[in-house]
Ligand binder design. Structure first.
Ligand code: NAD
Length: 349
């Protein structure tokens, strides 16, 4: 078996062939399906782990493993370095995913996963929004108008019609430029301050790179009673985006309970105040219909299951379309008991 390598150009080729909207719809459907069927004995997602450091700048490198028993293992490595865009001109979040065959341990796919991470993070918010946000057309607000904001708004547009988008950011340039980045949606996008924004939206996505200890970024001002928040940015100990008072008014739904207690908005809550997780929301969605008229929060810290789903969807398209370079990372298999076999032949022992 050769390894299929999917770089940014290959992913763009897949998007061109499939269509960006259709790919998002497929990812939404695949995630809902994975959650509906979720059985922890079959879909195994050990806690992520990694290195967190403050030098040369605050950052982390983590590995996020997931396994579908008897079939596939995906391991995403993801870096978060919030000074990257301004200091180095590269994204804050950089990722790659390796997909293995569990029958043999062979590396099947190695994929650029910065785009996949943004897509699957938007998709998780879309799934939560579809269950918890009010029906009909919605005004969406984003606080933190960086990379994740683009896929948050795009993915939400696949589950609700959008009336308009309001954007707030510590960087006026980023808030102003979101309109250009989302122009393809054909929805008005306006940069406003966070105080004005919160009172005027039905769905709010927070995706800032605020430093640990510097939050919240959402002002505690009056909002619509049915406000649904996708809190995406808090994924680091000490980092929060929402005011405690808003959490206290809301049904708070973590993606991964233990992770959200350690790194998400749930850091601020007693454990017994935390609501159903994303799997429970999807499995029992009718039960949560009543919350479409109340305040709700999806506490998104990012789940390795979402990465497995995303890489499998694009890997299937890549194989069908013949996209991606096939490279040979296999060992010499001429004698499985002799790691020196190839060298022996080369040097003529
Ligand atoms: N939940 C998940 O699965 C998931 C996935 C990817 C990224 N994230 C997190 O989402 C956050 C955003 O990621 P990104 O890739 O969009 O980063 P980014 O660097 O592209 O954008 C972050 C934006 O936040 C703005 N910002 C920083 N501090 C702010 C503040 N106090 N108020 C308002 N705006 C502020 C920045 O100016 C920037 O525009 C990061 O914390 C990242 O770790 C979460």
């Amino acid at each position: 078996m050769q390894t299929r390598v999917l770089g940014a150009n290959d992913l763009a080729d897949i998007v061109t062939a499939v269509g960006l909207d259709r790919l998002l719809d497929e990812l939404i459907e695949a995630l809902v399906h994975a959650l509906d069927d979720h059985d922890e004995e079959v879909l195994v997602t050990p806690d992520r782990d990694g290195f967190h450091y403050e030098k040369p700048d605050l950052g982390l490198l983590e590995w996020m493993p997931s396994m579908e028993l008897g079939r596939a293992v995906a391991i995403k490595t993801v870096g978060y370095h919030p000074t990257n865009p301004v200091q180095r001109g590269i994204p804050s979040v950089l990722a790659s995913t390796a997909l293995y065959d569990t029958a043999t341990g062979e590396l099947v796919v190695l994929a650029e996963a910065t785009l996949l991470t943004a897509l699957r993070t938007g998709v998780a918010s879309a799934v939560a929004t579809d269950i918890l946000a009010r029906d009909g057309e919605v005004a969406v607000g984003v606080i933190g108008a960086g990379a994740q904001a683009v896929t948050q708004v795009h993915a939400i547009s696949r589950v609700r019609p959008l009336s308009r988008v309001l954007a707030a950011d510590a960087s006026a340039a980023n808030a102003e430029s979101l309109g250009e980045r989302l122009a393809f949606l054909g929805v008005p996008v306006e940069a406003v301050d966070a105080e004005r924004l919160v009172g005027q939206v039905d769905v709010l996505c927070t995706c800032t790179s605020v430093d640990p200890g510097q939050g919240p970024v959402v002002p505690d001002v009056e909002h619509r009673p049915w406000l649904h928040v996708n809190a995406v940015g808090a994924d680091f100990a000490g980092k929060v985006e929402l005011p405690r008072a808003l959490l206290d008014r809301a049904l708070v739904c973590p993606d991964v309970r233990s992770q959200c207690i350690a790194e998400g908005e749930c850091q601020q809550l007693p454990v017994d105040a935390i609501g159903p997780d994303l799997t429970q929301l999807v499995k029992h969605r009718a039960r949560y219909d009543v919350h479409r008229s109340t305040t709700t929060v999806f506490d998104s810290t990012g789940w390795s299951l979402e990465d497995l789903v995303a890489v499998e969807v694009v890997a299937a398209h890549a194989e069908r379309l013949g996209i991606g370079a096939l490279i040979d990372l296999r060992p010499d298999g001429s004698d499985p008991y002799d790691p020196y076999a190839l060298i022996r032949r080369r040097v003529g022992w």
